[in-house]
Design a protein around this ligand. Sequence first.
Ligand code: ADP
Length: 334
Amino acid sequence: MNKSRVFSGMRPTGALHLGHLAGALTNWVDLQEKYECFYSIVDWHALMSNYADPGETRQNCIDILLDWLSTGLDPEKSCLFIQSHVPQHAELSLALAMIAPLGWLYRNPTYKEQIQNLQNKDLSTYAFLGYPVLMAADILVYKADKVPVGEDQSAHMELSREIARRFNHFFGENLLPEPQTLLTPTPKVPGTDGRKMSKSYGNSLYISEDPKSLWDKIRTMITDPAREKRTDPGDPNKCPVWDIHKVFNKDPEQAKEIDKGCRTAGIGCIDCKKMLNAHISAMMEPIRQRRVRYEKDPALLTDILAEGAKRAKVVAQNTMEELYPAMGLLPLAP
Ligand code: ADP
């Protein structure tokens, strides 16, 4: 029986944090058991926004691969590869560009939002407007059935489906199946300041960070301002430490005690932070051990990427071979 196919990607724009872990990677690791998974480090997508200063993209690719492997993505189970190593992504993107209406791209809410938010970068380029076309190509070149993404990617997923539908309308029914969104269940993971954990806010706990540095960040977090002294009662709902507990504390009994202890000044903030740190440490320990193994073996990382690209190319090439004649292009004589 054929397994359903999953595709997802991440941009190599920096080290991954616990938001990526809880909001995406833990789910990706689970999906490996049930589906045929393709996970791509989408470097073309990174280049779209950092073309003026791409210096770190290469290193970021390796760092993300290490983050992935250490969290349990397994190259024996999943195809792990770099987008630009499989040229069919770029090729299909051009084919889809034939039928992608400009109006759809200009109306994409994330396009407007990003242009506004990243004013230090000139994103008024052809490629950046076409971001959802390349994203559709990433998915459709594997005819993926399911795409695990966060809520923030829902609009792009809808565009991918619309682009597939329109392509099929012109060139042939069911050439490119419409992919389904697999919404990742974990809500936004907050950072050390209570806002969404994000590299650009400087509030992140990183997957690659050592225990001491994680504890230093947790230890110095602000808590409910009402708890000035150890004897002042507090309100967990006003505390960013509690927000992170809600994601990573897997002990409901303890969570209840913390809630009560905070409200009655039965426990101090440092006690609460120590408990959070213990949960995070326990979760990070196997991740750290896997990382050490992979870090020692750079040649293995290169092999994993070569093997991943090879496997991905076979599937992607197959898709392109079906599409060329359907689009009415003259095949090269054998
Ligand atoms: P990109 O800019 O490459 O989309 P992001 O760093 O914004 O990368 O995140 C990639 C994905 O990781 C997001 O689509 C989201 O699903 C998940 N993610 C990132 N940060 C968080 C967070 N703080 N909480 C939950 N999920 C997150």
